[in-house]
Design a protein. Structure first.
Length: 384
């Protein structure tokens, strides 16, 4: 099938209704569809026309842009202006940007990200405090702020707070009616206003959920499920049921208000204890398996390939310092890399590109640019 025929199908109506052969499962073997004609992968999207979706072409998985172009998301995480308001920043927030978030995003952030080769924005929140009794993140961007950035983006939805770094919140009961009520509110507040935006790639859920592992900050509440119970068939069935209720509840809340966008799901801590039962329970209700991974690029490649092959879904390196072009060459199911580290350095996170006076820190910007340019050149090689 010719690429222009695929693009033309978007105009026909909901759900690719011109009889294109949709691939069952989100990520096939590397040899599958080695040609250059995009074939849509199965997703949870009810209507994908005019929005980011997932396809197979050239023997790998891709995001496809609303205009039909192949795309790998190269995103920057942790973008927050509060560091520009430190006293030692010398009034830079008011003097340069007139206390305007719009001016900062349009005049500074967007030009920087594009100059450094980023093509999208990942999870925008940044660490605001970091301790065993209080670990907080900055606020989520609003719909208007994403419009001012004018780049593809992937926001997080605050459905639950069992992030492994979270030191404050108790574990929710996913089967309780009040959890479903909360999820519906979150979807009305954070999904419905975004539902028709073609720049939105998809939604994240929880950062490093503590399904069967903990972190020093969250050890007091324990994991959602005792990993020792996974030694029995009954225990594995209980975890499958628990995770299924959770992912189905979140999926249904999103789809109630947004039939269009991808669901990127939880951002799993790849180096924490993992339970395949959780990933299998998620699979019918998400479009991508997203991972935080701070190991070597060699280990990242091994782990992402293993999970993609085990579950049959595309994968996203959603938070890491180690992404490079070899990630995409060697992980044919990988659809993107989002770089960790603050855009503007604060006092509680180590890595950053700019200091609180917006001066470059070392060669961080140049390294990011080199990585992104190399990946983009590799992507462009498929278009020639």
């Amino acid at each position: 099938m010719r690429r222009r025929d695929f693009v033309a199908c978007f105009a026909v109506g909901a759900g690719l209704s011109c009889a294109l052969p949709v691939r069952a499962g989100g990520c096939e073997a590397p040899s599958d569809n080695a040609g250059d004609s995009p074939v849509p992968s199965e997703t949870t999207q009810v209507r994908r026309d005019g929005f980011f979706t997932i396809v197979r072409a050239h023997g790998r998985s891709w995001l496809m842009k609303p205009d039909g172009g192949l795309f790998l998301t190269l995103g920057k995480n942790h973008i927050d202006p509060a560091s520009l308001r430190y006293l030692e920043s010398g009034g830079i927030w008011n003097e340069r940007y007139g206390n305007s978030m719009r001016r900062w995003l349009e005049e500074k952030v967007r030009p920087d990200l594009l100059a450094w080769g980023f093509n999208s924005v990942g999870w925008n929140q940044d660490m605001a405090s970091n301790g065993e009794t209080n670990h907080r993140q900055s606020r989520l961007f609003t719909f208007d702020e994403y419009q001012w950035l004018d780049m593809p983006y992937a926001p997080m939805l605050p459905f639950a707070d069992f992030h492994h770094w979270d030191a404050q919140h108790r574990t929710p009961d996913f089967a309780a009616p009040e959890f479903a009520e909360w999820c519906d509110y979150v979807a009305r507040e954070y999904v419905a206003p975004f539902a028709d935006d073609p720049k939105l790639i998809g939604y994240f859920y929880v950062d490093c959920p503590t399904w069967v592992h903990t972190h020093p900050h969250s050890r007091w509440r324990g994991p959602m499920f005792d990993h020792r119970e996974l030694e029995s068939e009954e225990g594995r069935a209980r975890l499958t049921e628990l995770a299924t209720v959770y992912y189905r509840t979140l999926h249904d809340a999103v789809r109630r208000y947004d039939p269009h966008h991808l669901i990127l799901g939880d951002r799993y801590e790849a180096r924490g204890r993992m339970a395949v039962e959780v990933l299998k329970a998620a699979a019918p209700y998400v479009d991508v398996l997203s991972f935080q991974h701070f190991g070597s690029i060699e280990q990242i490649i091994v782990d992402l390939n293993r999970w993609a092959e085990t579950i049959g879904k595309p994968v996203l390196l959603a938070d890491s310092y180690s992404g490079n072009v070899s990630l995409f060459r060697q992980v044919p199911c990988c659809i993107g890399y989002h770089a960790c580290g603050s855009y503007v350095k604060n006092r509680v996170r180590g890595g950053a590109i700019l200091d609180s006076k917006e001066m470059p820190i070392g060669d961080a910007a140049e390294k990011a640019k080199q990585t992104n340019v190399a990946i983009s050149a590799w992507v462009d090689s498929f278009r020639s």
